[in-house]
Design a protein around this ligand. Structure first.
Ligand SMILES: *Cc1c(COP(=O)(O)O)cnc(C)c1O
Length: 427
């Protein structure tokens, strides 16, 4: 029933469905354990023969209700929450990749994900080839190998603000028999639903706009249910062959379209346990209830700030896909017609010290390692989040060394511009 509602309604109504006499508002089930009257009933849960709660590392009613809301917003068939966005991207991959496998990924992605794929997963035996997402289908296809298991990109890259051609990526992934996984953190399902363009799995750092108030870390993985694992059974034995840790159950046979997300909960969460706490899921749900109001305001403010910066004589360049001058304007019009996100990248004329002096002169706008919350904030990736990358790697990730990442909040936009104006005057 929820599927027929508009996103703005789903933000409020999807997820928690109270029965008679139950709390109208999603309760925090602050319990690790759940009671059953017979050992037989509990055993059926352990064999995945029946659905139910037994231990909050695997599932909890509060986190499940919020996962269901996010699944509804994305138009997916199921979702799982994780303790952070990093865990979400790791789980999304690890659910279908193991030692000896390979993935193809857009170069312009979040620094944390870049490290995860290029260093940590490499140590686990999973190789990643990074490709220029703007290259031709032919060029990108060259990166695929017989052992490639997934393709990955971000709808809007953090912090480069590059827009992904999702349809192109989906075509390439599918022609090689692998799913497309899209990190939709910056766009949110309010501005883009990647499943509508052919993506198979969507991930989120819910820490950003979904929470929106900078109070709780979290992540989510959403399954469209569209990828046919059985059609490529040899590539995905973890889903299509018996799981010894569940008495030889085969996920695709037992759960059909829900195979991927069920395996992730039953196996990865059981064994790795990066669960989101019920308390955080409750806070995330409060954020989601206003997502459809906040996101358009972030976009309106960012558009105004981007236009202001573009005209300012001290500003060397502005990168925002809502600007007509932007390389990604056309793609943004296609995939993000109602607005992209609140994050702008820009550089000042002058030295690196000028940029730092500018940031230090801001009064209302704070320097924080965060993006995409209600408060406008700024960060210099080359000195903060992306410190580990060389200038060469920075360039490959679409990040100029002088790039400042301004995350435009939902304050009155004239106060945001005033603060930038006074700081620009001091350099
Ligand atoms: C922040 C972010 C992540 C990581 O999320 P955490 O919640 O900080 O672990 C992943 N992808 C993107 C696009 C992000 O912006």
């Amino acid at each position: 029933m929820t599927k027929t509602f508009k996103p703005g309604t789903l933000c409020i109504q999807a997820g928690w469905k109270p029965k008679n006499g139950e709390p109208r508002v999603l309760p925090i089930y602050q319990s690790t354990t759940f009671k059953y009257s017979s050992s037989e009933e509990m055993a059926r849960l352990f064999d995945l023969e029946e659905e139910g709660y037994f231990y909050s590392r695997l599932q909890n009613p509060t986190t499940d209700a919020v996962a269901a809301k996010i699944a509804a917003l994305e138009g997916g068939i199921g979702a799982m929450l994780t303790s952070s966005g990093q865990a979400a991207n790791f789980y999304a991959m690890h659910n279908i990749c193991e030692a000896g496998d390979h993935i193809v990924c857009a170069t312009a992605i979040y620094g944390g994900t870049f490290n995860l794929f290029s260093v940590t997963m490499k140590k686990m035996g999973i190789d990643c080839t990074f490709i220029d997402a703007d290259a031709s289908e032919e060029e990108i296809s060259k990166a695929f190998r017989p052992n490639t298991k997934a393709m990955f990109g971000e709808t809007i890259s953090n912090p480069g603000i590059q827009v992904l051609d999702i349809e192109k990526f989906a075509r390439i992934a599918h022609s090689h028999g692998v799913p497309l996984i899209v990190d939709n953190t910056f766009a949110t399902p309010i501005n883009c639903r990647p499943f509508e363009w052919g993506a198979d799995i969507v991930t989120h750092s819910t820490t950003k706009y979904m929470d929106g108030h900078a109070v709780c870390l979290g992540g989510a993985i959403v399954d469209s249910g569209n990828f046919d694992w059985e059609a490529h059974a040899d590539k995905f034995p973890g889903l299509t062959q018996p799981d010894a840790s569940y008495h030889g159950l085969t996920y695709t046979k037992a759960f059909g379209k829900m195979a991927y997300i069920t395996k992730m909960t039953a196996q990865l969460m059981r064994d790795l346990g990066s669960s989101q706490s019920p308390q955080n899921a409750f806070l995330l749900n409060l954020g989601l209830e206003t997502l459809h109001l906040r996101v358009p305001q972030h976009c309106r403010n960012a558009q105004a700030v981007a236009e202001y910066l573009e005209k300012h004589p001290r500003v060397a360049w502005v990168h925002y896909c809502g600007l007509k001058s932007n390389k990604y304007y056309e793609l943004a019009q296609k995939y993000l017609p109602n607005g992209s996100c609140g994050v702008i990248a820009f550089g000042l004329k002058g030295t690196r010290e000028d940029a730092i002096h500018f940031m230090d002169s801001l009064q209302m706008i704070n320097i924080v390692t965060h993006v995409a919350d209600a408060r406008t904030c700024i960060l210099h990736p080359a000195s903060h989040t992306h410190r580990q990358l060389s200038d060469e790697q920075l360039k490959e990730a679409g990040i100029a060394p002088d790039l400042m990442r301004l995350s435009v909040g939902i304050e009155d936009v004239s106060d945001i511009i005033d603060d930038i104006e006074q700081a620009l005057k001091r350099i």
